[in-house]
Every structure is written in structure tokens, then in C-alpha cells.
Design a protein. Structure first.
Length: 484
């Protein structure tokens, strides 16, 4: 890592997060460089930056994922640091290593920390050694079906096979008995080999009806690590988060401190630097178990910023510039209730099918406690190459019920025409009794909003495909529903 002071930051991303990072840069007096693909010529992040460099064609592999083009853009523009945002190269240890070796600063943890958390079985072993509760199961990779069967007998069925190279729900398989385990082991292993180039699996007991609770941390280069409480991200559909909130409606101050301490211990174990998120599965009795660590700033970071009155992206940049974090952990208490909904260019009435297109009209909500993160504008055409998230709507209020009321009002004001969005679906979630009660789990969407088969639309033909899919890697929600 070079010791030259940083004056210019290249943002290796697009969309709302690129804008979010550039705003933080500007507040810190840092110049910004945007990179963009040919499909993003009219994107807002290009106009927003002090300088911009076109790095290739629309497909991400030829632009936002291409190390060489991004490094070259940093070199021609004289940027001293690269902020990866989320997605794309944010958790690519090889990229972080190349950035370092080119004398540039990667805004994030070391390549070693990224690598140690990227291997999910290794991450779990690291956390366990650091005293963080983990889910009963194999110690590392299961070498054979016989191995898996023995461990499954020990911990009890149902069990779940997970790809060590997976994460975010990819490459998982639930097995309810030894027959399913035998079939599942070979299928999951070859699936993981095909999808990730690594067939290794580990095994865990299934936590039934879990809550997805994640802890935000921030660490500086001097070994100071702080946590900023939790986010409840249980409201997901096929491992895509739809709504996030903090504080979690099931959390207590005592358990928050325990989870925060566990997350901090895990961060110390890998000499973590920067923003990170430690994901836990939590049962109704608030027993919590480490699941994965995300070594990046996350989509849902704004709710933590709102609730804790902090600027996590500015902190990332400060830490990367070698500054010391001067928080006092005891002061880091949630001051607000905050909720985020993701506005996706998807048709909720058509299996959430991505629906890019031209935005013909746009009105964004505002007012007290309302924040909108977006990079769209009226007249903008959403390119088909990237994620379907086009905006995030974040509200904060003194209490959870006031935050829900504020979200309802803001959703009512939010108008996007020309494309379908998830906005009307979010209004239904805000009116849902289980959401209002705060008793929801990761099964919420499957239970409260089961897909409506429309025979008129030929869904009868699609049905077998969907079931085949459901019985492979995406079956966790369904299995738990049956168990519940
Ligand atoms: C589990 C689980 C139950 N038991 N592991 C899904 C994403 C990936 N990070 C891990 N996931 C799960 N792992 C055990 N031992 C249930 C899930 C899970 C889930 C977790 C968080 C949020 C939503 C979820 C939806 C389905 C399954």
C-alpha cells in the first residue's frame, strides 16, 4: 500500500451506490473519477463525477468486472484509490491484490481478509475459533457422502448442504433424511463445481424459521473495531432482500451487545479493516449463529446511517486514508427506527420479472425523515445488463410504527411511470399484519405472498419447471414451511 495522500478516488461502480460514494468523496474534499460502460453513457454517475472514463461495452465482464480496464482508468486519471461499492469487484480478493500491487489503495479490507471470508467453511472455522456461535455441523468441508451421513446423524435432520464457494443462498440444498442426503450430496457437489468452479460442500443442521439479522461493523487500521447494531433483513424473496429495518423488531439491547461483541471478535480474527457486515441466523429465542461475513458496504447501509446518525461511506474513505476512528462504542445506540425498501424495475404481478425500459415520468417523495437513493431520472432508459434495483427509499422516525406510517406516505408519493416497479408490492408489505406485528421470519414472503398461478397465462405449463427449480437449490423456504 502506498503512503501518498489520496486526493482522487475512482469509483468502480454505477447506479445509486456510485453517486453515494461520490457524495462522500466530495464532502471529504476528494476528486472523483467515474468509470462507465458504453451502455451507461447517459447514466447519472458519469455526469456527477469530476472526471469520467469509458471502460468498455455494456456487458459487465467487458467493463465493470474487467480488472485491467479499471486499473488503466485509475492510472490515466491519476486516482490514488478505488472504491468498489457493492457487487461487481467489491469482494474479489484478486482484484484487491492487483489494486495494491499497482500502488493504488483499495477502499476495503485486505485481500487476505476478503479471501478468508470468501471461503464459507473457512470463514465459519475462523469465527468458531474466535468464540462466535456457529451452527452445529461439519468442521469444514465434508469429504464424502459417508462423512456427511455420519455428521447428519450426530446433529439431526433436516440438514443443509452449502457450497464453500457459495453464499447469498447460491448452492444450498436441504436434506430431510439420509436418502435425500445421498442424492443431494452428489447433486449439490456437481452444481457447486459447475457454478463456482469448486465442488466442496459443508453441512449444517437446519435452523427452522430463522430471522436474518446482520451486524454492521467498521474497523480502522489501528485495530479499533466498532459495531453499529443490527439490520433485520428477513424479508427476502429468493435470496433477494426486499425490505430491511433497524432496530430489528425482535432484538433486545442485551442480545444486540452480545451479537455486536461477536461480530467485533470475528473482525479482529482476520485483522479486518473498513466496513463489514456479519450475518447471523437468529431463532425466536434470540439464539444467534454466524452465517457469513460480507466484506463490503452493503445496499442496506443507509438504515444504519439513519438510525445511528453516522456516515459509513465517509468512514470507509477515512479509514482507507489512514485515519483513526474515534467512536465510543457506548455512544453507538440506535437513535431512530429506520426502514428501507428496494425499488426494483420488476413486475411483482409477473413473478418479479425484470422489466428494464424507459422511465417516462418520475416523482420522488420527500419531507422529514425521508431519504431516496437513486441514479434514475425522467427520460432515462434502464440498460438491460445490470441489477434491476433502480432506487432505495429510506425513512426514519422515533418509533417503528411512526416509521411504517412514514413509509406508507412516502410510497404513496413515489411515482415511476414507463416501467413496472416493486413500489405497489411494498405498500402491501407495509399493510401486512405480520409485518406490522414485527413477528416475521425469512419465510414471510413465501407465507404471506405465495405466487399466484394464473392458468390463463399458461402457467400450468411452467409449473413443472418451477417445481424442479424449487426442489434443487432454492428449496429452503418451502421445506421450512412444510416443517413449520
Ligand atoms: C441456513 C438456513 C437454515 N439453516 N442455514 C440462505 C442464504 C445463505 N446465506 C444461507 N441461507 C440459509 N442458511 C441453516 N443451517 C436458512 C437459510 C435461508 C435464509 C437465510 C437468510 C435469509 C433468507 C433465507 C431464506 C431461505 C433460507
Amino acid at each position: 500500500m502506498s503512503n501518498q495522500p489520496i486526493t482522487k478516488v475512482l469509483v468502480a461502480n454505477r447506479g445509486e451506490i456510485a453517486l453515494r460514494v461520490m457524495r462522500a468523496c466530495r464532502e471529504l474534499g476528494l476528486k472523483t473519477v467515474a468509470v462507465y460502460s458504453q451502455a451507461d453513457r447517459d447514466a447519472l454517475h458519469v455526469r456527477f463525477a469530476d472526471e469520467d472514463v469509458c471502460i468498455g461495452p455494456g456487458p459487465a465482464k467487458e467493463s465493470y468486472l474487467d480488472f485491467k480496464r479499471i486499473i488503466a482508468a485509475a492510472e490515466v486519471s491519476g486516482a490514488g484509490a478505488i472504491h468498489p461499492g457493492y457487487g461487481f469487484l467489491a469482494e474479489n480478493a484478486d482484484f484487491a491484490e492487483v489494486v495494491d500491487s499497482c500502488g493504488l489503495r483499495f477502499v476495503g479490507p485486505s485481500p487476505d481478509a476478503i479471501r478468508r471470508m470468501g471461503d464459507k467453511a473457512r470463514a465459519k472455522a475462523t469465527m468458531k475459533a474466535a468464540g462466535v456461535p456457529t451452527i452445529p455441523g461439519s468442521d469444514g468441508v465434508v469429504g464424502s457422502f459417508e462423512d456427511a451421513s455420519r455428521i447428519a446423524d450426530e446433529v439431526g435432520y433436516p440438514v443443509i448442504l452449502k457450497a464453500v464457494a457459495g453464499g447469498g443462498g447460491k448452492g444450498m440444498r436441504i436434506c430431510r433424511d439420509v436418502a435425500e442426503l445421498e442424492r443431494g450430496y452428489s447433486l449439490a457437489s456437481s452444481e457447486a463445481g459447475n457454478a463456482f468452479g469448486n465442488p466442496d460442500l459443508y453441512l449444517e443442521k437446519v435452523i427452522v424459521n430463522p430471522h436474518h439479522i446482520e451486524v454492521q461493523i467498521m474497523a480502522d487500521q489501528f485495530g479499533n473495531v466498532f459495531h453499529f447494531g443490527e439490520r433485520d433483513c428477513s424479508i427476502q424473496r429468493r435470496h433477494q432482500k426486499l425490505v430491511e429495518e433497524t432496530p430489528s423488531p425482535i432484538m433486545t439491547a442485551e442480545v444486540r451487545e452480545k451479537m455486536g461483541a461477536a461480530a467485533i471478535a470475528g473482525a479482529h480474527a482476520v485483522d479486518y479493516v473498513g466496513a463489514g457486515t456479519v450475518e447471523f441466523l437468529c431463532d425466536d429465542n434470540l439464539n444467534f449463529y454466524f452465517m457469513e461475513m460480507n466484506t463490503r458496504i452493503q445496499v442496506e447501509h443507509p438504515i444504519t446511517e439513519e438510525a445511528y446518525e453516522v456516515d459509513l461511506v465517509k468512514d470507509q474513505l477515512r479509514v482507507a486514508m489512514g485515519e483513526r476512528l474515534d467512536y465510543h462504542q457506548a455512544d453507538l445506540v440506535p437513535k431512530w427506527a429506520a426502514i428501507e425498501v428496494r425499488v426494483n424495475a420488476e413486475d411483482p404481478d409477473n413473478d418479479f420479472r425484470p422489466a428494464p425500459g424507459k422511465i417516462t415520468g418520475l416523482h420522488v417523495p420527500g419531507g422529514l425523515g425521508v431519504r431516496v437513493e437513486k441514479a434514475i431520472y425522467s427520460g432515462y432508459s434502464i440498460p438491460p445488463f445490470y441489477d434491476s434495483m433502480v432506487s432505495k427509499l429510506i425513512v426514519r422516525a422515533r418509533t417503528r410504527s411512526e416509521a411504517i406510517a412514514r413509509m406508507r406516505g412516502a410510497l404513496g408519493e413515489f411515482v415511476v411511470t414507463g416501467i413496472p416497479t416493486t413500489l405497489p408490492f411494498h405498500q402491501k408489505i407495509m399493510d401486512n399484519p405480520a409485518f406490522i406485528a414485527g413477528t416475521y421470519t425469512t419465510n414471510f414472503i413465501a407465507e404471506q405472498f405465495p405466487p399466484t398461478g394464473s392458468p390463463a397465462n399458461g402457467l400450468t405449463l411452467k409449473r413443472p419447471t418451477e417445481e424442479a427449480e424449487a426442489s434443487s437449490t432454492e428449496s429452503v423456504a418451502e421445506v421450512k414451511e412444510t416443517n413449520a
